[in-house]
Design a protein. Sequence first.
Length: 395
Amino acid sequence: MRVLKNASTSTLWLWGSLPLVLAAIALAAFLYLDPMEALTGNQPPVQNLSIERVELTDDGFTVDVVNAAPEPVTISQVQVDEAYWTFDVEPDSTLPRLGEATVHIPYPWVHGELHEIRLLTDVGMTFSHTVEVATKTPQPTPTRWGLFALLGAFIGVIPVGLGLMWFPVLQNLSEQVMNFVLALTMGLLLFLFVDTLLEGIEIAEHVPDVFQALPLVFLVGLMSYLILTAAGRWGGAADRSTLDGRRWIATAIALGIGLHNLGEGMAVGAAIAAGEAALGSFLVVGFVLHNLTEGIGIGAPMAEDDPGWGRLAWLTVLGGGPAILGTWMGGFHYSPFWAVLFFAVGAGAILQVIVEVGRLLVERAGDDTTIATSWVNLGGVTTGLVIMYATALFV
């Protein structure tokens, strides 16, 4: 192919498009010949209905389903508590690949009881969902919007704000103690990174395989890390020795923590929507204790500056406010797929902040690299991990 090294533009375009044309011809031939039909014979098609959400209303059950199979799927019958029941499907009982439908089942469910919903397809396959504790699904009324917002404030805004109230204390710490606090921040973030990543992986198991949710946890997390790293390099914000650089690190920490708190808010909202009020209250108390130290982590990089109470208030909203959005999403329309994406973005953001705080510690050490890996810093990281682990026991 050395003869093409100095070829004309038109020749290169021809060679560049030729593989695409041949690939299209090969695919057309494959679809026309359809050797798969001869190989599989009369075997029934593989079917996979994913039950995304079940709402309990005064009229019965409303079930949102997605066809995660390669072939169309037809819902032919519905059972509730092992009894066949009437139902209606919108827009159609036959779902194309990746098609969505809503199944309305006029069933007189009993408050507090367990109910088993089973969907049967035209080839006899069944897909089930268990309503553990029957309770009416919260509807988005103004009162409920406000109550969920209040829960989100208790989960994120209040503990982060209380943590930032220690900022005047941070400004009066010695250099060695300040290094300890920065290392402690790294410990907090390391725990949050692992916790966020594992949450995303756990939720990914409940997403249909066709959406490749598990790879998305790592790929979206990596892209989030790279995008925030590039943003930090833009405009000199990555220079941690400057005021803008330190403010950028504090903002990035608040953003990463905020995305993590978004997931925590979704967990509380989903628990309450499922009728598990006691669990929801327990989670709120646990998250308040768990998030109290996050404000310290946000303020630590700016300890030698005077950011003003306005910026501290903004960082409080950035770090804690997403919990309010999370309670709304979890309470009114929880989606495992979107939860996976949010957790993945949060994990990438937290990882980027860990790297920035680590670099800040190295820069503060100057030429003496032993300071960056000193017992003081190691103790700070360990203390941060222990604090997060201990408070996580309440969640």
